[in-house]
Design a protein around this ligand. Structure first.
Ligand SMILES: Cc1cc2nc3c(=O)[nH]c(=O)nc-3n(C[C@H](O)[C@H](O)[C@H](O)COP(=O)(O)OP(=O)(O)OC[C@H]3O[C@@H](n4cnc5c(N)ncnc54)[C@H](O)[C@@H]3O)c2cc1C
Length: 385
């Protein structure tokens, strides 16, 4: 086992860190307060190659691999998780088009994502009545003479009102259950596609999460991504990779919380000594540091497996489950170490505490990750479901 990062991985990590500290940090608090969507910040990420970290250079990506992507995500999330979620979905959409798309689709859409021209990518899977169980979706794609007509409603779509490239899942055969779902590439602005009012969220306030309405939304035959009826496979493959991104995001938030808590514990005095002079405080910091390190190793293992084309479904779920829960504990701990000040907007730990909560919900809740892990375990033990 080699724990040493390559020089390319270090370069991507350092580039993301410097950019986040120089360009994102000064306005992260303001973006959170004003719900400002980070258009310019995403374009700047594109210029640095961070909207296509694991995408071939032919399509404008950095071709730096999954480990590099994870490192970059962590660095961006450490400073501004709202920017990192738009970055994560854009990378995921570009990758999934590269993986399942025809050559013309890759050439038409992926460079628009990696260059920032599309601003962001969006992933239109969830619906009001289909969250953890996407096969319950009600959106339909009906054949027309030239392609398909999409009708239905999507829910919770990150950057859905800003994205130039949206993947939309719909039922092409209602009788075929999960085998009747197909994926489509829908450019933002397509007639019949509209975004509803952005959700008023607990955290990630600088990201946009919207419902999408599809009414007589006509797309050509060439919009079909992957095989007809193969959409669920496209979604599950994307989510496996996406979970590495969310684990990395959680890790960044957890690390930020721990750094702030550590600094504050050294500087704040009570009873005539620093908070850190109390073992009760030291132990909190030590537990968070240990859990975040375990989360980091799980996340890097999943990234490495994906990079080496090994099966990584179970590993990605373990990483996402553990990193999101460990980061949640770290952010909660940081608020506790800051005491009353941690409960105010004066210090960023309050933002981390709000932002981290969703990492246990999106791209599969913690319960769904446990289902995935348990199924793999039972299958391995020959008790497969
Ligand atoms: C900020 C934000 C951004 C998002 N971005 C996107 C996006 O870009 N694209 C997209 O498609 N979706 C997106 N989502 C949706 C997200 O993926 C879903 O919210 C998530 O999958 C859960 O679905 P749900 O909210 O419908 O909850 P439900 O599926 O209704 O689940 C409710 C609760 O029941 C539990 N539960 C459900 N089934 C089981 C079971 N079988 N066993 C045990 N417990 C179970 C869940 O774990 C959860 O705790 C986003 C959500 C948020 C909040």
């Amino acid at each position: 086992m080699d724990f040493q990062l390559t020089s390319d991985q270090q370069l991507i990590r350092d580039t993301a860190r410097e950019f986040a500290e120089r360009e994102l940090a000064p306005k992260a608090h303001a973006r959170d307060r004003s719900d400002a969507f980070p258009v310019e910040e995403l374009r700047a990420l594109a210029r640095l190659g961070l909207l296509g970290v694991n995408i071939p250079e032919t399509y404008g990506g950095s071709q730096a691999g999954v480990v590099a992507y994870s490192l970059a995500m962590t660095e961006v999330a450490r400073v501004d998780a709202s920017v990192s979620v738009a970055m994560a979905v854009t990378n995921m959409v570009g990758e999934i088009i590269c993986r399942f798309g025809a050559e013309e689709q890759k050439r038409a859409f992926v460079p628009r994502l990696t260059s920032g021209e599309a601003v962001a990518g969006a992933f239109g899977l969830s619906e009001p009545q289909a969250g953890s169980d996407p096969s319950a979706m009600a959106t339909t794609a009906t054949r027309t003479q030239t392609g398909f007509r999409l009708d239905g409603a999507k829910q919770w779509i990150t950057s859905g009102d800003r994205a130039g490239v949206i993947i939309v899942w719909a039922k092409t055969d209602r009788a075929a259950g999960s085998k009747g779902i197909s994926a489509f590439i829908v450019p933002g602005g397509t007639p019949g596609l509209s975004a509803g009012k952005p959700e008023d969220k607990l955290g990630l306030r600088g990201s946009s999460t919207v419902p999408l309405l599809l009414e007589n939304c006509e797309v050509p035959e060439s919009a079909l991504l992957g095989k007809l009826g193969g959409g669920l496979q496209v979604a599950l493959t994307a989510l496996d990779g996406g979970r590495i991104g969310i684990a990395s995001q959680a890790l960044g938030l957890g690390r930020a919380a721990l750094e702030h808590a550590t600094a504050y514990a050294k500087e704040r005095h009570q009873f005539g000594r620093p908070l850190a002079a109390n073992q009760a405080i030291e132990f909190k910091l030590a537990d968070a540091a240990t859990e975040l390190e375990a989360a980091r190793l799980l996340t890097l293992r999943a990234a490495l497996y994906k990079e080496r084309d090994r099966s990584f479904t179970r590993e990605a779920s373990m990483a996402k489950l553990y990193a999101s829960e460990a980061a949640g504990r770290a952010c909660d701990m940081a608020v506790q170490v800051f005491g009353g000040y941690g409960y105010t907007r004066e210090f960023p730990v309050e933002r981390y505490f709000r932002d981290v909560r969703v990492t246990r919900i999106y791209e599969g809740t913690s319960e769904v990750q446990r289902i995935v892990i348990a199924r793999a375990l039972l299958k391995q033990a020959g008790i497969g479901t």
